[in-house]
Design a binder for this molecule. Sequence first.
Ligand SMILES: Nc1ncnc2c1ncn2[C@@H]1O[C@H](COP(=O)(O)OP(=O)(O)OP(=O)(O)O)[C@@H](O)[C@H]1O
Ligand SMILES: [Mg+2]
Length: 274
Amino acid sequence: MTTTSGPTGRAMPENDTPPGGPEVASSPPLLQLRGISKHFGAVEALKYVDLDVPAGQVTALIGDNGAGKSTLIKAIAGIYPPSSGEIFWEGQRVSLHSPRAAEELGIATVYQDLALCDNLDIVQNMYLGHEASKRLTLDEITMELETRRVLTELSVFTVRSVRQLVGSLSGGQRQAIAVARAVMHESKLVIMDEPTAALGVTQTAQVLELITRLASRGIAVLVISHNLNDVFTVADRIAVMYLGTLVECGPIANYDTTRAVELITTGAGARADG
Ligand SMILES: Nc1ncnc2c1ncn2[C@@H]1O[C@H](COP(=O)(O)OP(=O)(O)OP(=O)(O)O)[C@@H](O)[C@H]1O
Ligand SMILES: [Mg+2]
């Protein structure tokens, strides 16, 4: 069972008590969304979404086209700040008003195609966008060693050389590099939007394995997928969205494919767990 935890004991402004009430619990979920809404003009893309994303677990975000999944992860990634609602990170209320703000907390978002630069090699991609950090002082050899170390740690053995241009990699390898990049920069939450959508059977299996490995390292993973086979293979928890509402969220063990499809298509029905 998953639990919603109380405050961490750190000083917080009044009225900013995190969800879960005043009782003290061990530690709150890494990320907690409460009452998140997002409007695009007249379109209500998100309606009062509550979601917990715990560390060390894979949370699968599922739902039909237009349900609001991408909008929700963009709210977490700082791309579409919510119209209303609250976000708690490690029990503290935060404002994710920009992608940089999300990154600084340790939130990495991996998109299918947008994350990498084709004309740069793997090492250069691993350090891209982190020029301002202390990594700048690292020399090429150290960066190369560090890249190899992270890839080995994640058991990514399919790339021939870390000096290969990313444009020459397969979809699955690109996905692996994007994930490795998130790991290298010590992300605490890795968000993936349809990571296996364009991949073949073998590459899909590799990416799913990678997702499992991330979670076993204590990283929280939030993954959007339309593929229920993938979801039931990797997820510890599922969260189902329907027309902008989060209709259910719970341990994967409480669900089967039939129930998941029912929730995705109707947003309701008899509860599987009573
Ligand atoms: N930038 C935007 N401007 C206006 N409406 C938007 C914008 N982004 C999303 N929407 C609307 O918000 C709703 C949710 O879209 P979203 O992309 O989050 O769905 P999704 O669950 O990711 O769907 P899919 O499975 O097709 O990717 C849709 O009705 C969509 O048209
Ligand atoms: Mg989407």
